[in-house]
Structures are given as structure tokens and as C-alpha cells.
Design a protein around this ligand. Structure first.
Ligand code: NAG
Ligand code: NAG
Ligand code: NAG
Ligand code: NAG
Length: 366
């Protein structure tokens, strides 16, 4: 099942690459795109990461300028040389971190499709429950709770917080789960960002999925193998551990602190429509689990929700993404639906037979 899913993704991935490369070399370890005269290394281990060159702080957050920290690696696309990191403390409980190409040529979801909350008129930089921390060289960031600065960060992209690389395939027989490196990778056709997570932590979400591990996702501990959640809508009703109808790249993490004996939840969404894989893995003997985002386009647009209860995380998410649309009254009634009714006559006959049999029916679709 995993192989099948990953196979499908690879097929898709190669189609995308093939579109850009008219001819490629026969060496399977890298491919050459004659159109752009770029050789892709197909391996992120030599990706240099980025360095902060300037930071502009304001009363709503900061804007940092980043330059690539070495020669482009062109792993699966062409590296952007200049990035911008925009951090906005949008409310007491919502922090927005957007990493984008300074030239703004990557796709982002238009406001007409998903409208974002307006810029804050108050300053939350000193009062937000969440704190944005960063290193300049290489650029890495981590998110902490203001109320609990000593605790393990909620999200942490520092190399020092992640296991050493390269790591051979974490899922047996699936070469795509090799972890060649954890630098920030920002290319036109490949983006990668990795955060460490507490070993075996509780992750919920990353839908739409029928998850074989239940609501709690498999992060690769306690006999689990980990998760590759593909975000790519494909109108498949009930595959297990695969992508389905919708993409909801948000997760809720629930943590229990043994010292304080308190539980707290927070949420993380990557607001992107790009085809992507979100991996939850625990490499062998690693002291941490990790979440890795791999995108084939777009930007790295994260929102963090501070909770601290699970219900509050979902409420905070609703405030940001928008609440469900109003439903028609009949939508709450008795509904009959089956895929494959060929025409209106057959559908109407069905309604007539339901009435004849005295079965209540308020809605019918096909
Ligand atoms: C990527 O390159 C590194 C360094 O050369 C190597 O150790 C690793 O095995 C490579 N990964 C794959 C999947 O070939
Ligand atoms: C982009 O990055 C390059 C390479 O580091 C640097 O020389 C250049 O000044 C940067 N451009 C901008 C607009 O920051
Ligand atoms: C648990 O909470 C205490 C007190 O806030 C903190 O010092 C500690 O680092 C926390 N533990 C973890 C694993 O985050
Ligand atoms: C509707 O579909 C049924 C079943 O395929 C067929 O027998 C019937 O001729 C169709 N009616 C019309 C109006 O197309």
C-alpha cells in the first residue's frame, strides 16, 4: 500500500520534472534540464541552507532577508537565492511565519480562494502565547510558549535538534524515506522543511485520511513505521493511509509534561495547495521524532495556534481559515445518495419508490 502510494507520487513527480526537462542525461543519479541548463542532484545532502542578512523588526513582528549560504544544490529544482521571512504575531494565540521567494514568483493561494485574517491593528509581540526564535546562520527557527520558555519547543527546525544525516531509508524498501539532510531547501519545484518533535508524540490531523493507526497518527515509535501523508486531491473515497478528496495540512499536537503533569495542545498548518508529502518519522535510535514537509511548489506559509486545549486549537484554526458555510435545511434531513445514477428518470423513479415504501426522504443527490 505504501509502495503503491509512493509509486503514484513518484509518477506524478516525474511528470512534473519531465515537463521541465526536454532531455535528461542517462545517469540515474542526476538529471539535466537543457531548457534551463540545470543539473539536478536529486539529493539534498549538499543543499547549503540560508543566512539572515537583515532583520527589520516592527510592532507586529519582523521581516528577515535571507541569502543562500553557498552554491545552489538544485536538488529537484532551482534554488532561490533570496528569501524573505515574514513573521506576524496576528493575535494572542496565532503566529504567522511565511517563508517565500523574495521575487514572489512561487504560487500562493489567492485571497479570493482563502481569505486571510486582516493584519493585526494591535501589537502582540510581547503578549502572544507563542514566541518566534531564530538562528541567523544557518537560518533556523523554533517556536516556544511564552509561559514555558524552558520546555521543549513546539516546533524546531534547528539542525542541532534533529538527528545527524544522511539517514538510510527509514521505511524499509522505500528509498524516498532516506533523510539526506535537514537544511531549509527552497527551490522552484522542491521545498523542504523539517522540525523535530518529542519522541513518539501525539499528532492528530493531516487530513483527509483514513489512517490505519486511528485518529492518532503513526510517528514511527512503538512498533509503528511512520507516516507519509500525501496532499494531492484525487477523488478516491476510502483508501487507507493515502490521499483522498481534500487536503487539510493542519495537525494538532498534544503533549503531556511528566514534571508538571499537565497536558497542552497546539496546532500547525502549512497553508499551501502544492502537491506535497508530510512525513512523520522516527529514525532508528533517534532521540526525537520529526515532521518533514516536502512540497513541489508554492511557499512555506505556516500558522501556529497556541491552544492550549485541543478545543481551543480547533477554534483558533476556525478563526483563521473560516467557519463552515451555512447548510440548507434539507441537508440535515434524511438523505439518499448513490454514485452512478445514469439520468434523471432513474433518480425520480427512486424517489417515487421511496415514497411508496413510506421511507422518509428530504434530500437526494447522485
Ligand atoms: C545523498 O548523498 C549523500 C552524500 O553523498 C549520500 O550519503 C546519500 O546516500 C545520498 N542519498 C541517496 C538516497 O542516494
Ligand atoms: C541575493 O543573494 C545574493 C547571493 O547571496 C546576493 O549577492 C544579493 O545581494 C541578494 N539580493 C538581494 C536583493 O538581497
Ligand atoms: C515540563 O515543564 C517544565 C516546567 O515548565 C519545563 O521546565 C520542562 O522543560 C518541561 N518538559 C518538557 C519535556 O518540555
Ligand atoms: C435512463 O437510464 C436507464 C438505465 O440505464 C435507461 O434504461 C433509460 O433509457 C434512460 N432514460 C433516459 C431518458 O435516458
Amino acid at each position: 500500500m505504501l509502495l503503491l502510494r509512493w509509486g503514484l507520487f513518484l509518477i506524478f513527480f516525474s511528470v512534473v520534472l519531465a515537463e521541465r526537462s526536454i532531455y535528461s542525461t542517462h545517469d540515474p543519479r542526476h538529471s539535466h534540464d537543457l531548457e534551463t541548463d540545470t543539473t539536478y542532484s536529486l539529493n539534498v545532502s549538499s543543499c547549503p541552507g540560508y543566512t539572515v542578512t537583515s532583520v527589520d523588526e516592527s510592532n507586529t513582528g519582523l521581516i528577515a532577508k535571507l541569502d543562500i549560504a553557498g552554491a545552489a544544490c538544485n536538488a529537484f529544482g532551482r534554488d532561490y537565492t533570496n528569501l524573505t521571512v515574514e513573521v506576524v504575531y496576528e493575535s494572542q494565540n496565532r503566529l504567522h511565519v511565511h517563508i517565500y521567494d523574495t521575487e514572489n514568483s512561487q504560487f500562493t493561494i489567492p485571497e479570493t480562494v482563502i481569505s486571510r485574517p486582516p493584519k493585526p491593528s494591535d501589537s502582540f509581540t510581547d503578549s502572544s502565547d507563542l514566541v518566534f526564535n531564530y538562528d541567523s546562520s544557518p537560518f533556523a527557527f523554533w517556536i516556544t510558549r511564552r509561559s514555558d520558555p524552558a520546555a521543549v519547543p513546539l516546533f524546531d527546525t534547528r539542525l542541532s535538534s534533529l538527528p545527524p544525516t544522511p539517514i538510510p531509508p527509514v521505511m524499509e524498501g522505500d528509498p524516498s524515506t532516506a533523510l539526506d539532510g535537514f537544511p531549509l531547501v527552497f527551490e522552484d519545484q522542491y521545498l523542504q522543511l523539517t522540525s523535530s518533535l518529542p519522541l513518539g508524540t501525539n499528532i492528530y490531523g493531516l487530513g483527509e485520511a483514513v489512517s490505519s493507526s486511528g485518529f492518532r497518527r503513526d510517528v514511527g515509535t512503538n512498533g509503528g513505521i511512520g507516516t507519509i501523508q500525501t496532499m494531492w486531491n484525487r477523488d478516491d473515497p476510502d483508501p487507507v493511509d493515502e490521499n483522498m478528496y481534500g487536503s487539510h495540512p493542519i495537525y494538532l499536537e498534544h503533549r503531556y509534561n511528566e514534571t508538571t503533569q499537565k497536558s497542552q495542545s497546539h496546532g500547525v498548518i502549512l497553508l499551501s495547495s502544492a502537491g506535497s508529502d508530510i512525513l512523520l518519522l522516527t529514525p532508528p535510535s533517534s532521540p526525537v521524532s520529526l515532521v518533514q514537509y516536502r512540497l513541489i511548489g508554492g511557499t512555506l506559509d505556516f500558522y501556529f495556534f497556541s491552544g492550549p486545549t485541543s478545543q481551543q486549537v480547533i477554534e483558533q484554526y476556525g478563526v483563521m481559515i473560516g467557519l463552515p458555510t451555512w447548510q440548507p435545511m434539507f441537508g440535515f434531513g434524511f438523505h439518499l445518495c448513490r454514485w452512478g445514477f445514469p439520468n434523471l428518470t432513474v433518480t425520480r423513479d427512486q424517489v417515487i419508490r421511496m415514497r411508496e415504501a413510506n421511507i422518509p426522504l428530504e434530500g437526494k443527490s447522485y
